[in-house]
Write a protein that binds this ligand. Sequence first.
Ligand code: SF4
Length: 745
Amino acid sequence: VHQTLDTAQSTHTTCPYCGVGCGVEVRKTKNSLTHNHQVNGIVGHPANQGRLCVKGSSLAETIGTKSRLLFPQFQANGQTEQVLWSQALDKIANTFKATIEQHGADSVAFYVSGQLLTEDYYVANKFVKGFLGTANIDTNSRLCMSSAVAGHKRAFGEDIVPGCYEDFELADMIVLVGSNTAWCHPVLFQRIAKAKESNPDLCVVVIDPRHTATCDIADIHLPLLSGTDVALFNGLLHWLHQHGAQDHQFVTAHTQGLSDALKQAGEHRDTKALAELCGVQLQNLEAFFKKFAQTEKVITLFSMGVNQSSQGTDKVNSIINCHLYTGRIGKPGMGPFSMTGQPNAMGGREVGGLANMLAAHMELNNPVQRDRVQRFWQSPLIASENGLKAVELFEAVEAGRIKAIWIMATNPVVSLPNADQVKRALSNCDFVVVSDITAKTDTTAYADVLLPALGWGEKDGTVTNSERCISRQRAFLNAPGEAMPDWWAISQVAKRMGFDSAFDYHHPSEIFDEHARLSAFENLSSESDTYDVSAAQAENLVLAMSNSNPSTNFDFRYFNLKGLCGLSKAAYDALPPLQWPVLTPYQGTSRVLTNHRFSHPDGKARFISVKYEPPRHKASRDYPLALNSGRIRDQWHTMTRTGLAPTLGSHIPEPFIDMHPNDALSFGIKQNELARLHSQWGTLVARVQCSGNMRRGQVFVPIHWTAQTASDARVGALVNPVVDPVSGEPEFKHTPVRIEPFHVQ
Ligand code: SF4
C-alpha cells in the first residue's frame, strides 16, 4: 500500500479547481523547472479514472511566475516596498498582539479559502480558535457549501456525505438540482453521461431555472422558478406519501419527525397548483414524481443552486426528507449527494474551517468537545462562542468592530455579495494582511502587508473532494521568489506571539499527523485516555478498534483518520487517495451510513419540517428581473489562474448578461450590445447575449470577471447581502435588478 507515486519525471497530484478532485499526473517534457509540463489524468485515481476536463488539462498553461507576488511587501498610499519576511512577520505579530490587548480577541479576524490545503486550514484554525481566543475565522467555502453542512447536521447529526461517485454509475435515476454539472463538475458529468450510455434505463432529471449544457443528457428538465425548491420537494414528499412509496421499516427503525414534515408537505398536495408555483409543466412534474416513486436506486445531487439561497438549509433538508422517506440512503446507487464547489471545501470542514466549527468536525458550542480540543492542543484558551460568518464578518470590519484582518487565498472584493461594501470595509480597516499567489487582485489593493504564497505545483499537502476522498497535492516546482507555504507564515506569526511549541512545524506531514491524531483522540470514548498518541500507540489503537463497530458513545462516528495516525514523512509523501473514515491503515470507506445508525443521540435521522418561503428580496417595479450568477465552463473563480491559460480564454472571452430575447426586446436591449444592470447594491456593464437558455424575468451573469480583468464587471457588487438564517450562506441566485442599454460616451 505504500506505493511510490512520484518519479523524478512524474508527479501525482490533485487538480486545484473544482470539488470533483481529479488526480493529475504531471510530467516534465524538458529539463525545466517552470515550464514545459504535460498534464494527464491519473487512471488509477478514484475520482476521475484518467479523465480531465479542459480546465484540468490546461493546467500546464497556468504554470510560471507571470503576475506572481514574489516577495513580502508593505503597502501604503499606493506605494509598495519590498521587505524581508522577518519584517513582515514581526509587523503582523506585533499589530495583532497590540490590537487584541487594546480591543479584545474579537477585534481580529481571518478570512480564508477552500483553495487552502488541509494543513494550512488546520494551522490557521488552531491559531485563531485555540491561541488568539476568537472564532472570527471564516472561509469562502461559506459561500459554497455551508447550507449543505447545516442540512446534514440537522438530518444526520453530523456533517457527512453518505455516498460516493461510484453511486452515480450504479443508479437508475439521477436528479441534478441547482447544478450545471456539465460545466461546474465536468468529470463527474462525463461519468454520468457514460453511465447513461451503458444503462438505457438510467433516467436523468435536471432541476434548474436555466437550460444549461447539463440538459443535453436530461430525460426531464424542470426549469423551476428560482427559489421554489422547497415547495417542489415538499410536493414530492407528499406525492410519495400518497402513492405508497414509504419504506416503513426504515422510517420506523431509523428516523424521527415524519409526521411534522408530512404535515408541512401537505401544503403542496395540489400538484397543479404546485406546478404553477414552481413555473413548470404539470406533466413533467408528475413524470418526475412518478419516476422518483418507482425507482429504487435514486441519487439526488445538489449544488450551488440549492445552497446559495436565503432558504438553502431548508432546501437541503427538503431533498434529504425524500430520501429518508424512501429509505434510499447508505446503499449502493442511492442517496442525497452534496457537491462542493471548491477543491478543498470538504478538507476545510474536517479541520473546523467555518466560524462555528472546531477541528475534527467538533462544535464550538459543545463544552465537552471544546475541552477535548483545548487539551489536545494544550492551548491557553479557546474560543467559546461562534465567530462571525463571512458576510457579517465584513460588516463588522466596515463597522470598525474588527480592526485587523488576514485574508488568505481569496478575493472577497470580487466574490462576496455587496462587494462594494467589502471595498469600503477594507478601506476603513486599520490593518489588512493579504496572502496570495497573485500580485494584483481587486483585494490586494487594500493590503497593508502582502505575503507571497505558494501555488499549485509548488505546495505540498492534502485536499478532500466531495466524496470524502483525501488526495495529495504534491510539489513539482521550486518556490518562486520568496513564496512560502501558508502554514509556515501562520506558524511564524504564532511563534512571534509566544506560542512556540504548539506551532513548531517543519513539514506538512507533521501537521497532517496532528490532524489525524486529533480525529483519533476525538473517537476515544474515555476522558482518561491519553491524547498524546505516539505513532506506536496509534498503531495499537487502530488494531484495537479496527474490528469494533462504531460506538454510539462517539460524538462523531465517521470522521476520523485513526488509520492514518503516525504516518512517517515518507508514508505521507506516498499517501494514495483514501476516502474517510480511514478506520484501519490505508483502508478508506467509500460509502457510510450503511448500518443506518445516525449520529443523533438516539441513532436516528431526523425529518426536518420545512416551509417554502420565497427569496427574501422579490422582483419589483423598480427591479423587475431576478439576477442569477454562477460559473462558466472554462474559468475558475476570479481567474487569477485560469486567466493565464490561452486555451481557456478562447471559450468565452468576456463577461456577459444572458437573458430571454423577449425580455431584451421589452427593455430595448439588442443582442451583443452593452447594457447596464442595476441592483439596490451596485451596477455592472456587460454585453447582452440571448442564448435561449433563460426563463423570462431572469438574467444570468458569470462570477469570474473583476476590475482587473474587465472594467469592473464584478457581479458580486450587485448581489444582495441576504443570507440563509441557519447556514449564513448568501443568496447568490436571486437579486432583483433592472437593465438598460449602455452607450459608451
Ligand atoms: Fe479539475 Fe474539476 Fe476538471 Fe476534475 S472536473 S479536472 S477537478 S476542474
